[in-house]
Design a binder for this molecule. Structure first.
Ligand SMILES: CC(C)=CCC/C(C)=C/COP(=O)(O)O
Length: 277
């Protein structure tokens, strides 16, 4: 069993993901203590019976270091780099596809004439009309049930702005190069593209409307269609990559679950209002 110091020495090449490819190739001068472990058959057997987690924690230069070809350990250590290569390929496909789909990115683009329609969809999923609309309905609503629904929608919209802003600030993915930064009323984090705030809002509000408004089936279909079109318009306008929108849809879907979990009931509201008064 390697001492904590030995384990750290085995990891000194950096994160397991980054070290995945580099480590097994760098076999010219393995550390002395590892050379000893590799050449002792008893230790080698013991090491082979260790859990994969433990084995990943130690240096993998045994086995193949003695020129016997790739060992089982090498296979395990190649996995992180396999994940890395898969992710890079996915990202490359994402960038390529998003660029191809950005056909309304400017007036001169191949579908530049549809740009005004896409911008209309953009406005329909913007935070301001939704916040103003929910606040207005809350003010105008004369039933307690209506007020409850609108207040929770408002809470959901604010939660969405906070969560999306947080993720954008952490990930800091730049918007596609072909995007024209001509959006109205944006926060500073909106210079980043991951995730699409329009997609999260559309998914969350779509679920909210379907769950809390009594809508006829054609209108329900329209709501789902609107959610999809808002997401699609983000990519066609060149505002986002495809993965920004897909993740945004997923995030908005989950945000609705959060709103349901944190649902403000009339009793809670009365308590809150009583404390304020
Ligand atoms: C000013 C307010 C209340 C909201 C900003 C809404 C906005 C501009 C979000 C960015 O959306 P994308 O990430 O989809 O581009």
């Amino acid at each position: 069993m390697p001492s904590p110091k030995a384990k750290n020495a085995g990891r000194s090449g950096g994160s397991p993901v980054l070290g995945g490819l580099a480590k097994p190739l760098n076999r010219s001068s393995p550390p002395q203590h590892l050379q000893r472990q590799g050449s002792d058959p008893t230790t080698a057997r013991l090491r082979a019976s260790e859990s994969p987690t433990r084995r990943r924690g130690s240096n993998s230069s045994t086995g193949s270091a003695s020129g016997q070809g790739p060992s089982e350990e090498d296979g395990i250590r190649l996995n992180p780099s396999l994940i890395r290569v898969s992710l890079s390929s996915l990202l490359a496909i994402d960038l390529w596809l998003s660029k191809r789909l950005g056909v309304c990115a400017c007036e001169d683009s191949s579908c530049g004439s549809v740009r005004p329609l896409m911008k209309l969809l953009e406005v329909s999923g913007h935070g301001i009309p939704w916040l103003v609309g929910a606040a207005y309905c809350l003010y105008k609503s004369d039933s307690a049930a209506g007020q409850e629904v609108m207040l929770n929608l408002l809470m959901g919209l604010l939660l969405d702005l906070i969560l999306v802003g947080f993720v954008k600030a952490v990930v800091r993915r730049r918007r596609p190069a072909h995007n024209q930064m001509d959006m109205f009323a944006t926060f500073s984090v909106d210079r980043y593209s991951f995730p699409s705030g329009h997609a999260t809002r559309a998914a969350m509000c779509g679920r909210f409307l379907l769950a809390h408004l009594v809508l006829a089936p054609p209108l329900r279909v329209l709501v789902v269609l609107w959610v999809g079109l808002v997401g699609l318009s983000r990519v066609l306008l060149g505002r986002h990559n495809v993965t920004d929108v897909l993740f945004g849809f997923w995030m908005g879907y989950c945000q609705y679950n959060l709103v349901e979990m944190m649902w403000l009931s009339p009793q809670t509201l009365q308590g809150l209002l009583g404390q304020l008064a």
